[in-house]
Design a protein around this ligand. Structure first.
Ligand code: NAP
Ligand code: MG
Length: 486
């Protein structure tokens, strides 16, 4: 105990050690052929810290000539990279993983500053999970012959990869690690609001002497993504983002012969039965919807509660909500950070307005003083939501939960499945048989039972219906990057 600690300080918090200074360049180029280059058109885009609205740095907007250069660099690097033995490729992946671990604190701070997520999430989830993906796929690189017994597989070729802003480094790792393990080369486009950790990752590639051109990183906005997706020189596209852009890409790629995998949006249900441990369930619900301010593709954004415990669950939910600390994302005690961009904040506020206009009662929580600047949204939930309400049907991608009730398991199943999405689901019950039956009949790629938002590099992740197709992670994640030839 610090002897100088005054009584009133005992209720406040000391500054987090994570607030140490990190090195951010004023300007970043494009990472092509193993080095940073200026863009052909010389256009720059600012990246903000969404918690302060301050500009952190400028990055380069890649035009079609730059994308073309990156695809050519990836093509040039392909023969050398695929000729390496799996063991050699694995060594590079191990080195990347180790480097990420060594620099974990720096990466966590950069991720939080550029994207607004609480440092405890960046520190405990994003960065360690990203490193785990490189470790996991490093292990597969020399065992590909055993991945699909009786089949021979070879790499797909040059992979275009487009990722969103909610898990910038983790999404990059999900995509790059299996691609490289299988002998492919990559052109990656990070999201416009969060390119920083992908650019820092490019420096890691230089530090571990990854052969030039094996991974290229082209920053920019939607037009850069479009130029990459439609470039004739890529053999495969891996996209994670909204269902709207995913649908457009699927149409654009139809008939091109290019392989593609799409990881899209969600409107995932939680189902709480009356026999569940309600405190545990409420904790899971909170984790499921307020984690990363609800900007999570598999956020548990629809909550179905068995009618007999609805009042109790609602009370517990509100009580717990009021204890969530909202504010400076760099403070390690912060539970709810900043919304990623002004645009996303407007979208969320629009949905809250619609929910109220459709007659539903809105409750908010969160404690702590909101900073004057930045993009903030207190966590909240709607009471008495009907299946036809906009907030029950559309992905909000923010800290807003729609609470509904049900009487029988059959009704809960029907209503949970009544969505164009199918990414994840959560079941809360004390009865194993009921959990298995529900899990079997829920149409969702990932189903968590008495827990939520648990990830592991060895388990596959992906959706049904409009949540996309293809799997990332685990043995199944290799399939997207291998061509089975016999
Ligand atoms: P988004 O607008 O679809 O953007 C995703 C990526 O695509 C960004 O890099 C974006 O660039 C780029 N892009 C935009 N327009 C494009 C076009 N016409 N052609 C090619 N690329 C284009 O999605 P978002 O709003 O960033 O991310 C949120 C969405 O992602 C949510 O729907 C969420 O559910 C989904 N998501 C899904 C998963 C999953 O695994 N299923 C994981 C995370 C997120 P700019 O950023 O520069 O616009
Ligand atoms: Mg930013």
């Amino acid at each position: 105990m610090n002897p100088t600690l005054k009584f009133k300080d005992a209720w406040g918090y000391s500054p987090a050690p994570e607030t140490f200074a990190v090195d951010i360049q004023a300007q970043y180029g494009l990472f092509i052929g193993g080095e940073f280059r200026e863009g052909v058109e010389g256009k720059l885009i600012p990246s903000l810290n969404p918690a302060t609205e301050e500009k952190l740095f400028d990055f380069t907007e890649a035009g079609s000539a730059d994308v073309d250069g990156a695809v050519k660099a990836a093509r040039k690097a392909l023969p050398g990279w695929r000729r390496l033995s799996g063991m050699e490729r694995g060594k590079y992946l191990f080195r990347i993983a180790r480097r990420l671990q060594e620099r974990a604190r720096e990466f966590a701070v950069l991720e939080t500053m550029d994207g607004g997520k609480p440092i405890k999430e960046a520190r405990d989830i994003d960065i360690p999970e990203a490193a785990k993906h490189f470790f996991y796929y490093a292990g597969w690189a020399d065992k590909l012959d055993f991945a699909f017994p009786g089949r021979t597989a070879k790499e797909v070729g040059v992979c275009g990869q487009i990722i969103p802003w909610n898990f910038p480094l983790l999404m990059a790792a999900w995509k790059i690690a299996p691609a490289l393990a299988c002998g492919n080369t990559v052109v990656l486009k990070p999201a416009e609001t969060t390119p920083l950790t992908a650019l820092r990752l490019a420096q890691v590639f230089q530090e571990v002497d990854l052969p030039p051109g094996v991974v290229n990183i082209v920053t920019g906005a939607g037009a850069t993504g479009q130029a990459l997706a439609t470039h004739p020189g890529i053999d495969k596209l891996a996209f994670t983002g909204s269902s709207a852009v995913g649908k457009w890409l699927a149409e654009a790629l139809a008939g091109s012969g290019k392989r593609h995998t799409l990881e899209l949006g969600g409107k995932s249900p939680h189902i709480i039965f009356e026999d569940a441990d309600l405190d545990q369930a409420v904790e899971g619900i909170i984790q499921g919807i307020y984690f990363n301010q609800g900007q999570v593709c598999c956020a548990g954004s629809r909550l179905f509660v068995q009618e007999s415990v609805l009042a109790e669950v609602s009370k517990k939910l509100q009580l717990r909500l009021e204890t969530l600390r909202i504010g400076d994302p760099l403070d390690k005690n912060t539970d709810v950070g900043a919304i990623n961009s002004k645009q996303q904040l407007n979208t969320i506020q629009g949905y809250i307005k619609t929910g109220k206009a459709e007659g539903r009662q809105y409750h908010q929580g969160g404690t702590g003083k909101l900073p004057k600047k930045g993009f903030w949204c207190k966590p909240g939930w709607f009471e008495g939501v009907q299946a036809s309400d906009t907030i029950a049907r559309e992905e909000i991608f923010g800290p807003v939960l729609a609470v509904m009730s049900f009487r029988t398991a059959e009704e809960a199943l029907k209503r949970a499945n009544n969505t164009p999405y199918g990414l994840a689901a959560g079941i809360w019950s004390d009865k194993g048989a009921r959990i298995f039956e529900m899990a079997r009949r829920l149409k969702a790629g990932v189903i968590w039972c008495n827990t939520y938002n648990r990830f592991d590099a060895s388990s596959p992740f992906g959706g049904y219906k409009e949540s996309g197709f293809g799997r990332e992670g685990g043995l199944q994640g290799l399939r997207a990057y291998l061509e089975e030839i016999s």
